[in-house]
Design a protein around this ligand. Sequence first.
Ligand SMILES: NC(=O)c1ccc[n+]([C@@H]2O[C@H](COP(=O)([O-])OP(=O)(O)OC[C@H]3O[C@@H](n4cnc5c(N)ncnc54)[C@H](OP(=O)(O)O)[C@@H]3O)[C@@H](O)[C@H]2O)c1
Length: 259
Amino acid sequence: MDDIKVLAVGGSRNIGYYASLRLLDLGATVTFLLRSPSVFNDDATIKRYVNSGKARLLKGNAHVREDVERAWTEAAKGDDNRPVDFLIFTVGGTGRFTLSKGFVISPPNLVTQALLNCLETLPTPTPKIITISSTGLTRASHKNLPLLLKPLYGYLLQVPHKDKCGAEEILAHCAGWPWEECDSPGPEILGANWKERVPDGGQLKSVVVIRPALLTDGECRADEASRNKQAYRDVAHFLVEGVIKDWDTWQGKRVSIAY
Ligand SMILES: NC(=O)c1ccc[n+]([C@@H]2O[C@H](COP(=O)([O-])OP(=O)(O)OC[C@H]3O[C@@H](n4cnc5c(N)ncnc54)[C@H](OP(=O)(O)O)[C@@H]3O)[C@@H](O)[C@H]2O)c1
């Protein structure tokens, strides 16, 4: 673990942040693509890792293709010639509430387009990819939600979930997973020629999608053996202790997690 190279896109807070911290603690080198690197100005732990050369903070926007390309190059740097081992993709948006549409994010295809940029600029050899999605996105999975959560997912989260469907459709195409046409968010989210921007259908085998249920900002239940609700830190725990450390078990899977 101490010589792996990681690119974190969406690592300024929550899941991506806690997963990156875990990896840094294990000795990994983590490059953060950040819209505002100043987000870590008061973060003594990250600063310590920056000073030791283990954390790299790169200013950039995942919606700008060239910025993502630079991030891959930065993440591969080092004395060795080894490529980037992992992409941890946890991009998301802070929703603004509206009466007509529930929580909206801006732009409405935030996650989909950021993911397309990451896949369009993928280096060779291809890194292992871990992305965060959500539960209850597709018609089939929405049916299986607990009754009380259905209005939340169907109304309040319809806009961010359409965006996540875009990201999931892209990954399903690249990984060769089944995907129902009725769950497609269409070209307004995906763009017209998105298939030309990503690896050919079924070619991307080293990918894991984690679909967490609703999260809180509490302590890590997995670490603390407490009765807390599932927190960002728990997803980070699973991402590192489960997925990264036991890649062969999880590779090629879409995993729903909840307590
Ligand atoms: N909260 C929940 O209950 C829950 C449940 C299931 C799934 N999820 C999903 O899981 C994912 C991760 O969630 P989270 O709570 O860990 O993180 P989050 O609060 O959604 O933050 C997302 C990250 O994406 C970054 N980002 C947004 N737009 C960007 C851009 N254009 N370029 C570069 N970075 C950008 C943000 O950076 P800035 O600092 O620049 O804003 C932030 O680091 C999200 O997609 C979220 O919707 C959340």
